[in-house]
Design a protein around this ligand. Structure first.
Ligand SMILES: [Zn+2]
Length: 496
């Protein structure tokens, strides 16, 4: 598998620090409000990437934080007249609800910045001791960017350019800064703000220090993958590297993965433009599955344009997939086979085994042999696409190809083996993208009792030689999209 590394600007072979183990850290949201649709992109992309790594057999330690102390949180809490801690806890709960709505797996660990202050004080002390940080008159601690020779290596900027870019920007409260690119590691409290005691002053850590303490602690060492939105490359991730590497004397992360922005109707999302949407807004109109199918329909490093029209089109695509899967389930039901809706291949070896097992399957009808071959071909292309810098956009195309083949092949006389394998493969490929059709509000379960009772009413009518009534019921069922067939084994029905 190859992934694009922001650090080298190249696609590189993926090799982990420990064999078959992945230490992955994804910067989480600052919790001062409901998360917006822009926050959802890294969540969905990297959740799917985690699922794919797991499918490939890796044991993934997935860490994603909540920034629960920050200027934005304090300002919002002050506006509302509540404790910043309460505000943050409330929005962590809301964020987790949205994540569940988007079918995002909980991280292995979700550390909170406010619970890691000791580790941050410890790191800052070490940076001061080693001469990489200095203390201003008011107790503010600054990182000295001139001391770290590799500063700018992630964002591919050199320090001189950065400094000239920053020259005119003076931030109040940072008067003792030596160089414009220096950044704050610890800042003194203001009246009414939450604070922690430290050797320098009562105050709180800077944001860049938070991740760089939580990531190695919960990933247990340097990272295989550090991921986040591209807006985090500079200064956030650049500053994390600058703190970690002088202390640990080793690379902080092997691979840096960054997803591109999300625009709304080809414009930057902003509250002032009136095109600001929360995940909650979107999930009130579309399912989490539709949102995922949409978000993954663009490769993660390409700009993604969000609009409700495009979401409608993803919804139509999901319906197409679901109809195909429902058809497989119906056809199996008519053969008295109940499908375990959660059945999927756990890992890539299971897929290879399935291919070998069914290559010589004697139950396959002629048309199924050919169809199964094609399905396997498209499945392999799907994996190749994901292996190529996680190209979910092209991988989705392969799912549609498989749906097309199944639709062309499926009929009453299909073998149980072909139907089962088709279900298994589709459910697996959808599962890697985090699409769970059982959450799609299946109409099959809802209608089933009604259908059965209508069928038995029709049989009663036929017995009573009331053929007009029997025909009427058959027509009604057909209007509902259900076709019935009288067979020697009884009445069978299927969705049409
Ligand atoms: Zn971060």
């Amino acid at each position: 598998m190859k992934i694009h590394n922001t650090l080298t600007k190249r696609k590189e072979d993926f090799e982990t620090i420990e064999p078959m183990k992945v230490r992955m850290y994804v910067c989480g949201p600052t919790v001062y409000d409901f998360i917006h649709i822009g926050n959802a992109r890294p969540m969905i992309v990297f959740d799917s990437f985690r699922r794919y790594l797991t499918f490939l057999g890796y044991d993934v330690n997935y860490v994603s934080n909540f920034t629960d102390i920050d200027d934005k949180i304090i300002n919002r809490a002050n506006e509302l007249g509540i404790d910043p801690k309460d505000l943050a806890s409330q929005y962590i709960v809301e964020c987790k609800k949205d994540m569940e709505g988007m079918n995002i797996m909980p991280a292995t660990t979700h550390p909170l910045a406010t619970e890691e202050i000791d580790g941050m004080i410890d790191l800052i002390s070490k940076l001061i001791d080693k001469g990489f940080a200095y203390v201003g008159k008011d107790g503010t601690v600054y990182y000295d960017t001139t001391k770290f020779k590799e500063y700018g290596k992630l964002s591919h900027k050199n320090l001189d350019d950065l400094q000239s870019g920053f020259r005119d920007i003076k931030v109040t409260g940072e008067e003792d800064k030596k160089t414009s690119t220096d950044f704050v590691l610890w800042k003194p409290k203001k009246e009414g703000e939450p604070y922690w005691k430290s050797p320098w002053c009562d105050g709180r850590p800077g944001w860049h220090t938070e991740c760089c303490v939580m990531a190695p602690k919960y990933c247990k060492g340097a990272l295989d993958i550090h991921a986040g939105g591209e807006d985090l490359v500079f200064p956030h991730h650049e500053n994390e590297i600058a703190q970690y590497e002088p202390i640990y004397g080793a690379p902080y992360a092997r691979y840096w993965m960054h997803n591109a922005f999300l625009n709304i109707n080809n414009q930057k999302m902003s509250k002032s433009l009136g095109n600001f949407f929360t995940v909650r807004d979107v999930l009130s109109r579309f399912s989490g599955n539709v949102l995922r199918l949409f978000m993954l329909s663009t490769q993660y490093r390409a700009m993604l344009n969000f609009s409700f029209e495009l979401m409608e089109s993803s919804k139509a695509s999901l319906t197409r997939i679901k109809n195909c899967v429902d058809n497989i389930i119906f056809t199996l039901k008519n053969k008295n086979v109940t499908v375990n809706l959660n059945s999927r291949l756990d890992n890539i070896d299971d897929f290879d085994e399935l291919v070998v097992d069914l290559k010589t399957c004697e139950e396959f009808r002629d048309k199924e042999v050919e169809a199964f071959d094609k399905i396997c071909e498209h499945t392999k292309i799907y994996f190749d696409k994901l292996d190529d810098d996680f190209n979910t956009a092209d991988a989705e195309t392969e799912i549609y190809e498989i749906v097309r083949i199944v639709n062309q092949t499926i009929s009453e006389d299909c073998s149980i083996e072909f139907l089962n394998a088709s279900y298994m493969i589709l459910n697996t490929l959808l599962g890697i993208l985090g699409i769970d059709l059982t959450k799609e509000g299946s109409d099959t379960d809802l209608d089933e009792k009604l259908i059965e009772s209508m069928i038995s009413e029709r049989s009663e009518a036929k017995k009573a030689k009331d053929y007009a009534r029997a025909d009427e019921i058959r027509k009604k069922l057909l209007d509902m999209g259900i076709e019935i067939e009288d067979t020697r084994q009884g009445v069978k029905w299927k969705k049409v």
